[in-house]
Design a protein around this ligand. Structure first.
Ligand SMILES: [Zn+2]
Ligand SMILES: [Zn+2]
Length: 333
């Protein structure tokens, strides 16, 4: 748990009207708190497993799950490699067709149009865990009640808040890119395609409407929901629980959370990412699984990606916090 007492002076940087009245002070974490945050990740997966068990042979077949896995990988990498590492942080340069393909794949992940996604995420990096951050779990302060409210806000609630992020300010480069504005405009159509593809595939494979509908359910809706919750968990849990082996900017409490590494394609090495945002690899330490970085490496070998910002060993060492593992480090300056 990344809970620590921050110097009182940190709080004085917030203006009086800010919605972060207690962001500089942490309450000690209770077991109930940890249990709840863990449940948000674990329970839906357990429920999904139970649903598959109950529905096996009736409401779901192996081809549905294979279709779901395939679409999860394509749309997930579209978000992590495309929306995030390429378009938000420019951690590598992609051939124009690959740039468009990644933006299209990410748009099929039901996470908003590419330009808005990039604008919101750049704003998150500009104001991490302080007033201005669109989805910080510290928004409502650091009392137990505030943290629970903040957790709900950072995971899902922020999507319902009337808090526009102007793309003119945060993503002018994408607004000036005709290919990206076209992909952004096509967002509703790409969402429809994201559901139509499994429906049609299910129909083609089984030859029945029932087969089309179960493929639509599992490889369309449930696959999209799973990717959404994994992405949102990086926003919520990866600023709340886990390790902080690397220094980040003041107030930034991003964490590395290993259980989400595979499902998030390496994005849950979020403390590593916040310490070096333009780095193409987020898992900066030995053995940290980062499938998005592996995909970028493959693109590089194929000659489709260039100017890749791979981690520099000396720079990574300089970003280390004192000690091998420090989960309670206050954000550094
Ligand atoms: Zn973050
Ligand atoms: Zn980022």
């Amino acid at each position: 748990m990344t809970i620590s007492q921050q110097p009182v002076k940190d709080r004085q940087d917030y203006d009086g009207a800010s919605p972060f009245p207690e962001a500089g002070r942490h309450a000690p974490a209770g077991k109930a708190h940890i249990g709840l945050t863990a449940a948000i990740v674990v329970l839906p997966f357990v429920a999904l497993g139970v649903a598959i068990f109950l529905a096996w042979g009736q409401g779901v077949v192996l081809t549905d799950l294979l279709l779901a896995a395939g679409l999860y990988v394509v749309t997930g990498l579209g978000v992590t490699v495309g929306f995030h590492r390429l378009l938000t942080h420019a951690s590598f340069t992609a051939r124009p067709w690959l740039r468009v393909a990644l933006a299209v794949a990410g748009s099929m992940g039901f996470q908003g149009n590419v330009i808005d996604w990039v604008a919101v995420h750049r704003r998150h990096h500009a104001f991490t865990d302080r007033p201005g951050d669109p989805h910080s779990p510290y928004r409502y302060g650091t009392s137990l009640r505030g943290q629970l409210r903040g957790l709900a806000h950072s995971h899902l609630g922020w999507l319902f808040a009337d808090d526009q992020t102007p793309a003119e300010r945060y993503a002018p480069d994408l607004l000036a890119d005709p290919a990206m504005t076209r992909v952004a405009r096509a967002f509703p159509a790409l969402c429809a395609l994201s559901l139509a593809l499994p429906f049609l595939a299910g129909w083609a494979i089984t030859g029945t409407l029932y087969g089309a509908l179960t493929a639509f359910l599992w490889a369309g809706l449930i696959r999209a929901a799973l990717l959404q919750h994994v992405t949102w968990s990086v926003n919520s849990l990866c600023h709340l629980i886990g390790d902080r082996p690397f220094k980040t900017r003041r107030h930034d409490r991003s964490t590395n959370l290993w259980p989400l590494a595979l499902l998030s394609f390496g994005e849950s090495w979020h403390n590593g990412h916040h310490s070096q945002p333009t780095c193409a690899r987020h898992g900066l330490q030995r053995g940290q699984l980062d499938p998005s970085a592996a995909m970028i490496r493959l693109f590089e070998r194929l000659g489709w990606a260039s100017d890749v910002h791979w981690p520099d060993h000396d720079r990574t060492q300089r970003h280390r916090t004192a000690g091998p593992r420090q989960a309670r480090a206050p954000a550094a300056d």
